[in-house]
Design a protein around this ligand. Structure first.
Ligand SMILES: C[S@@+](CC[C@H](N)C(=O)[O-])C[C@H]1O[C@@H](n2cnc3c(N)ncnc32)[C@H](O)[C@@H]1O
Length: 233
């Protein structure tokens, strides 16, 4: 097949900061989170050492490393060489044997081996415009075995267009001023202008179109983030 010169360049859309080694070195302290509630959720749903999890947009691997305590095989995928370097160091430091690192993206990862039981994707899908989100979700469904799970978390606005301004202003007003403590107002504004957070009422039909049943949907009180537990039909 001829090279698809129309296919989205994932590195170009990855967010310049994610490619910057200095930013990535401080990423854990700025954007660290507790992966264990989602690990526990998956364990409660039957995940165990016989299963494979693919983490798409794995970043510095906080979730992938925690998931490796439960899953027999974890594949951590990211387009950022800087993120993957940090993750490889963490894997070496923890002598973690069951996390594979793959330099690829939502639109380019080619899964090998048995189909995945679970795909995890946190705060990465918003890097893609909506057309490509839908393509990415379709590709995720193809990675999963039938009845496999997608745990998707992202910046998703659960509000009507007329309510966007109020929700965004409240969100930005609550942002920390110290960039080491989280995303500042300026960083969130840059995200909103230049990246692709979408609406829950657009994302949810995309999930259905890709062949997922949404078993659980939760929305942050600020209506800026959503979490989905989806099962491939
Ligand atoms: C905000 S970080 C989230 C990282 C991690 N999932 C977490 O929750 O901490 C977004 C990550 O998505 C990666 N990314 C950006 N575009 C991507 C794409 N098209 N496919 C896969 N990963 C992508 C970035 O390199 C970055 O590591």
């Amino acid at each position: 097949m001829a090279e698809r010169d129309w296919w989205l360049d994932e590195r170009a859309y990855a967010g310049a900061e994610h490619l910057d080694p200095a930013y990535v070195a401080a990423y854990g302290s700025k954007a660290g989170f507790d992966p264990y509630p989602d690990v526990q959720l998956l364990r409660d749903l039957g995940s165990d050492a016989s299963q494979t999890l693919v983490d798409l947009g794995a970043g510095d691997g906080t979730f992938a490393l925690a998931a490796a305590e439960v899953f027999g095989r974890v594949v951590a995928v990211d387009v950022s060489p800087a993120m993957l370097d940090v993750l490889r160091h963490r894997i070496d430091a923890g002598r973690t044997a069951n996390v594979e690192v793959v330099a690829a993206g939502l639109l380019s990862y080619a899964h090998e081996g048995a189909p995945a039981d679970v795909v995890y994707c946190r705060n990465a899908l918003h890097q893609l415009p909506d057309l490509w989100k839908a393509v990415a979700l379709d590709r995720i469904a193809a990675i999963l075995r039938p009845r496999g799970l997608l745990r998707l978390r992202d910046l998703v606005l659960s509000v009507d267009p007329s309510g966007v301004a109020a929700v965004v202003e409240e969100w930005l007003d609550a942002a920390p001023t110290d960039p080491r403590a989280g995303w500042t107002r300026a960083e969130l504004a840059t995200h909103l202008r230049g990246e692709y957070s979408t609406f829950s009422w657009l994302l949810e039909p995309m999930l259905a179109r890709a062949g997922f049943a949404i078993e659980d949907a939760s929305y942050s009180a600020a209506r800026t983030h959503a979490g989905y537990l989806c099962r491939r039909r």
